[in-house]
Ligand binder design. Structure first.
Ligand SMILES: O=C(O)C1=C[C@@H](OP(=O)(O)O)[C@@H](O)[C@H](O)C1
Ligand SMILES: C=C(OP(=O)(O)O)C(=O)O
Length: 499
């Protein structure tokens, strides 16, 4: 009755889509549906909240607990980094289906003389150097090859001016070494955070432990992702720290204890974006439970931004439901605060640019204010434009965004660029366009290791039973039919039967 696409490695062994096979990464056939999706999806914890609360718990005045934390590559790297500095972080059984709760016991004294691996995690490479400055001994930082391209200079220079001793090769990026002295003076510091809000959060998070706290003044003309800075202030205040923003582009954190807490991490609302967008891509409806009533997560703006594409968004009893309200519409969005959501919006815009089912023309879109996303996991503007155009679309790079002109999409290979949000955008487009294959779906493990399973569940696809090797072809990739939204599709997403 059903079978998901099953891939084979070079030597014919079965592998899960996206698994690394030797040097190769298996292609993942995005499921395509012909009927509107009606689905409910539980989303694991927030990357940004988990990272912040791990650090604050490690610097707190006693042991604390994180319930429903995110378990992912980025947060595992944060856990490892804090453990290397002497923090005890132990798994606790809990109610989270996606991983254990965590019990965090701060070190009596943070120890250095170690190396921290940042992977491609902005939160680890930007937030941990200030913590390392509070440890005793040198702490070397490095990460993935592409991580060495992500800007670090504003954080390193700001920390130096607050009293930290940091050696690097002068390129203003990974690798570098923080020579921890056990304490940091702190005080007033100027920083140009126009490339990333994380530069500001990096200086605020550990600041209660600086002798003079911190007073940060942003000197650049633009400031992206402001809600993430508000999230940092709020997390500090919730632990009894005096933290505020006395003026636009200025923030202060007073020195003092960071209270230990037992707290629950909200679901990652930004990771909810492609799932909710699936309702629009297929003319259906998607619900996400445990949506917080009050949050600093920028993903909450999905409730107002997704309706611009032609949907309703209803939050009732903690369940957000996004339902398509007609054909997909083009948009003009200026969203400097929500760069993290932009790949999903660009994916929807590329679908809206196609001729509508009633034959009326596709609609153009512009999504701007996202120039800083060129410094995310990859240059997201260049990557999205390249991949959409490779599928027949007409996307254009703007200085700080993307314009999408009417064009029909077709199937083909979608490159993920080691970027979880580019990978999930390929999956989103593939829901509506038959024959899209994502080259590295496993890269979604950066913030959502369960993405492939959750996505197949959303699309109504079940994995092939073990031993089902129907549809094997000579290319080494097995492609068999699968049931989707009540319709039986072949491996290229073509309708071959069913309701
Ligand atoms: O502080 C954080 O947790 C984040 C801040 C934002 O970074 P930028 O300001 O670089 O966009 C966001 O895009 C990133 O995913 C997470
Ligand atoms: C920009 C992102 O990640 P990072 O925290 O690595 O900057 C992101 O998750 O969209």
């Amino acid at each position: 009755m059903f079978a998901a696409k099953m891939n084979r490695g070079k030597d014919g062994e079965e592998v899960r889509s996206g698994d690394v096979v030797g040097e190769e990464v298996a292609l993942w056939a995005a499921p395509t549906v012909s009927a509107p999706i009606q689905s409910r999806v539980s989303i694991p914890g927030s990357k940004s909240l988990t990272g912040r609360e791990l650090i604050l718990a490690a610097l707190a005045d006693g042991p604390g607990t994180l319930r429903f934390p995110l378990r992912s590559r980025d947060t595992d790297l944060m856990v490892d980094a804090l453990k290397l500095l002497g923090t005890s972080i132990e798994p606790l059984p809990g109610k989270n289906p996606f991983g254990p709760d965590l019990r965090i016991t701060p070190a009596a004294e943070l120890t250095g003389s170690t190396s921290i691996e940042c992977g491609l995690a902005g939160t680890v490479m930007r937030f941990m150097p200030a913590v390392a400055a509070l440890s005793l001994g040198p702490v070397a930082f490095d990460g993935d090859p592409y991580a060495r391209k992500r800007p670090m200079r504003p954080v390193l220079e700001a920390l130096r001016s607050l009293g930290a001793d940091i050696s690097d090769d002068g390129r203003g990026s990974l690798p570098f070494t923080v020579h921890g002295a056990g304490s940091l003076r702190g005080g007033r510091v100027e920083v140009d955070a126009s490339l990333s809000s994380q530069f500001v959060s990096a200086l605020l998070l550990a600041a209660p432990r600086f002798a003079e706290g911190v007073h940060v003044i942003h000197t650049g003309e633009r400031l992206p992702s402001v809600p993430h800075i508000e999230m940092t202030l709020e997390a500090l205040r919730a632990r009894g720290v005096e933290a505020d923003s006395p003026a636009v582009g200025e923030w202060r954190v007073a020195p003092g204890p960071i209270a230990a807490r037992d707290l629950e991490i909200e679901p990652d609302l930004s990771n909810a974006a492609p799932f909710l967008a699936a309702a629009l891509a297929t003319g259906g409806s998607v619900s996400i439970p445990n949506w917080p009533a009050d949050t600093t997560q920028v993903g909450d703006t999905l409730r107002t931004l997704l309706p611009e594409f032609g949907a309703t968004a209803t939050l009732e009893n903690g369940v957000l439901t996004v339902a398509s309200s007609g054909p997909l519409r083009g948009v003009n969005l200026h969203i400097p605060e929500a760069g993290e959501l932009s790949p999903t919006f660009v994916g929807l815009a590329a679908l809206a640019a196609q001729t509508k089912p009633d034959g009326s023309p596709g609609e153009p879109s512009t999504i701007t204010g996202i120039g800083h996303t060129r410094h995310h996991e990859t240059d997201r503007i260049a990557a999205l434009v390249t991949e959409i155009n490779a599928l027949g679309g007409r996307a254009e790079e703007l200085e700080d965004g993307i314009a999408i002109h009417p064009a029909q999409l077709h199937g083909g290979l979608w490159h993920a660029y080691a970027d979880h949000r580019i990978a999930s955008t390929g999956a989103l487009i593939g829901l509506a366009v038959a024959g899209v294959e994502v080259d590295d779906i496993a890269t979604t493990s950066k913030t959502l290791p369960e993405f492939p399973e959750l996505w197949l569940g959303l699309a109504g696809v079940e994995p092939a039973p073990a031993g089902d090797d129907s549809g094997d072809d000579s290319s080494g990739v097995t492609t068999s039919g699968f049931v989707s939204g009540g319709a039986l599709l072949d491996g290229m997403g073509n309708f071959i039967g069913g309701s």
